[in-house]
Design a protein around this ligand. Sequence first.
Ligand SMILES: Cc1ncc(COP(=O)(O)O)c(C=O)c1O
Length: 405
Amino acid sequence: MSAVAEQTQVLANRINALDESSTLAMTKMARELAAQGHKVISLSVGEPDFKTPAFICEAAKKAIDDGFHGYSPVAGYPDLRKAIADKLKRDNNIDWKPENIVVSTGAKHSLANVIQVLVNPGDEVLIFAPYWVSYSEMVKLAEGKSVIVEGAFDNGFKVTAAQMEAAITPRTKVIMYASPNNPTGAVYSEAELREIGAVLEKHEGIYVLADEIYEYINFTKEGHFSMGSIPALKDRVITVNGVAKGFAMTGWRIGFIGAAKWIADGVEKLQGQVTSGTNSIAQKAATAAFNGPLDATREMTKAYARRRDLVVGLLKEIPGFKVNVPDGAFYAFPDVSYYFGKSDGTNLIKDSDDFANWLLNNSYVSTVAGSGFGAPNCIRISTAAADESLVEAVQRIKDAVATLK
Ligand SMILES: Cc1ncc(COP(=O)(O)O)c(C=O)c1O
């Protein structure tokens, strides 16, 4: 047996069963090609290309000077939990007290915590697809069963209330969705979420994990709606959000939940044994973000909307691409299945993984295959990059696919 195979045997089954994050894998490959001297345009990472607003950075510097160097309370500093409760009231019409808030190391950590706290082995978690790559793996780690419900391209990649209802079984414990969505940019309207909510009102044992991390990056006139604001569901909706996307703070690692106290207490208990309170300086920065003005956030959103128009317009000119118009977030998610079965003479493109790999190695544009998002006909292209890079990247893609026959 090879050394690697032997080492793999030693690793716990739960780790061997886990898939590697496809977004991080593509980003790593892109970095390697760039290190070899290739002019790579990296559109695989889900990260704003803006800097964190200055007033937030100042708050972090002040926190260092003021001596916030020690452990913080497990669920977060009281002033941050209060700022988040105020934010939920102001933006989301959700009335939680600070005791209902738990701050964690990014929204990813918040989501993983809730899954660990609510899901028993064999419990079903209904995931609206296309979905963010980590959802199904988080469920796997809790020994739950992911039940994927697919939103159709023609319905803007959104799952309907009827589709969800048909997938509910006596084992369904949680439904999980993101709006605005990664990877599709789909935004569920208030009417759609109320319809989904009406079905859930009939199923008392089902909890909702509402991932609102892209809340502010919303291009619709109607704006964002939170399922947690529906009074009949309030105690069963766990609202997850953070600072990463709206405030360009991916590296600061602050996420939170707003939830019924017994769920928040469960998350605090888990976190108390695994990570403790998150970074004290980042918490002070996040407090400034939630209490501060949203001007910088709105400016960034305007830029994302402009780039969405730019990229969608250019992608529509590529023969065979089926392109949706995202209502939020910063991704385009074209259906590229027209090219499956075609070849450049040497490489046969069988699926979206082949397509994304081939694109990276032939045109040095890194995207992510849709397979990891539960959408095997698509690729995800981040639009969080400079306009010139986006224009050049789409041109490279267009030139590359023209060689496929
Ligand atoms: C849908 C979705 N949820 C959660 C996260 C995680 O956010 P954070 O960086 O706060 O952990 C991401 C990040 O890419 C995301 O796309």
